[in-house]
Design a protein around this ligand. Structure first.
Ligand code: NAP
Length: 309
């Protein structure tokens, strides 16, 4: 694909599409919701705090009164909340054109656990989205042209973030907690999940595709756990704005004629900034055995077996 300075103007009309985005009240999720509403999509903003969600929806409606939005409660750090969300979703909707797995938590100073006792980055960023996607697969199957777009990170391959690797001998960092390794692990898991999901969809002759993106370094609330220097100073000096940072996931979610497993990210400044293009992920992310091992353990930990039939 030629470099195209791909931006929101390249997104075709989304009228008639139902798009669900997690972590929609803040940062990239909010910006992506805004853009998708402006293209006519019906956007389901999934949030873990309804008040914040309504405020975010209000912000969009303030500039776009015709925006079609449903705010729904979803805490990805609680399997019960995900199951309840899925039940509500099935009562309200019978189509889902795009599922955007965007929500994420980064590097809490102290090890935090999900409701079911998993380290929160593994639990919410990966396992939560794994379960959510599996529970919504039946609706995606019924929707022509459906896809799943997941948000990863450039740090999935950085040494400082564990290499990054999947630490099967201590997935939940019970022996010793390294906040950066735990984040890197969850973001590598997002890639392994996407590629394995896409392979399994193709093996079952499903037309659904799975794509993935990373936003480079974008100024949002994500880095708040790193304190003033990173979250204010570095974000102001180095990070790109959220309008540009939202473009890779928007491209992964909306570009027509994708085949599945595409990975979009910025291409300037070592992929920290710029317009989205196809980029490559770490060698580890393409390891099929590793992906299968992660898939199997994710089914075990969530207690959810995917049905591709
Ligand atoms: N910004 C970057 O430079 C960067 C770089 C690489 C990857 N990413 C990825 O981009 C995605 C979006 O992050 P962002 O930069 O937009 O950060 P953000 O502004 O902090 O947004 C993160 C969103 O995820 C939500 N969230 C966190 N834990 C959740 C849970 N347990 N259940 C449901 N929602 C939850 C947050 O909700 P609350 O507002 O309630 O906390 C918020 O809406 C993340 O997956 C992140 O890993 C960002």
């Amino acid at each position: 694909m030629a470099k195209s300075n791909w931006n929101a103007d390249n997104i075709p009309s989304q009228i008639g599409k139902t798009i669900l985005i997690t972590g929609a009240n803040s940062g990239i999720g909010l910006e992506a919701s805004k853009v998708l509403c402006s293209k006519g999509a019906y956007v389901i903003m999934a949030v873990r705090n309804l008040q914040k969600g309504e405020e975010a929806a209000g912000q969009i409606k303030a500039t776009n009164p015709n925006a079609k939005i449903d705010v729904m409660l979803l805490d990805l750090a609680d399997f019960d909340s995900i199951k309840k969300f899925s039940e509500q979703f099935h009562l309200k909707y019978n189509q889902l054109h795009v599922l955007i797995n965007n929500a994420g938590v980064m590097a809490p100073q102290k090890r935090e656990l999900t409701k079911q006792g998993f380290e929160v980055q593994l639990g919410a960023n990966h396992l939560g989205h794994f379960l959510l996607t599996g529970l919504l697969l039946d609706v995606l199957k019924k929707t022509p042209g459906a896809r799943i777009a997941t948000q990863s990170s450039l740090v999935h391959k950085e040494k400082q973030f564990g290499g990054a690797d999947i630490f099967f001998d201590d997935l939940n960092f019970e022996k010793s907690y390294n906040k950066d390794y735990a984040y890197g692990q969850s973001k590598l898991a997002n890639l392994l999940f996407t590629y394995e999901l896409d392979r399994r969809l193709k093996a079952s002759n499903s037309p659904i595709i799975a794509t993935v993106a990373h936003p480079g370094y974008t100024k949002t609330n994500l880095q708040k756990n790193y304190g003033f220097f990173v979250s204010v100073l570095m974000n102001t000096l180095l990070a790109q704005n959220v309008e540009t940072g939202a473009l890779p996931i928007l491209r992964a979610a909306t570009e027509e004629k994708l085949r599945g497993s595409e990975f979009f990210g910025p291409t300037r400044m070592n992929e920290m900034k710029g317009f989205p293009e196809l980029v490559t992920s770490s060698d580890k992310s393409y390891d099929k055995l590793l992906a299968k091992k992660l898939w199997d353990i994710s089914e075990k930990l969530t207690g959810f077996i995917y049905n591709f039939g």
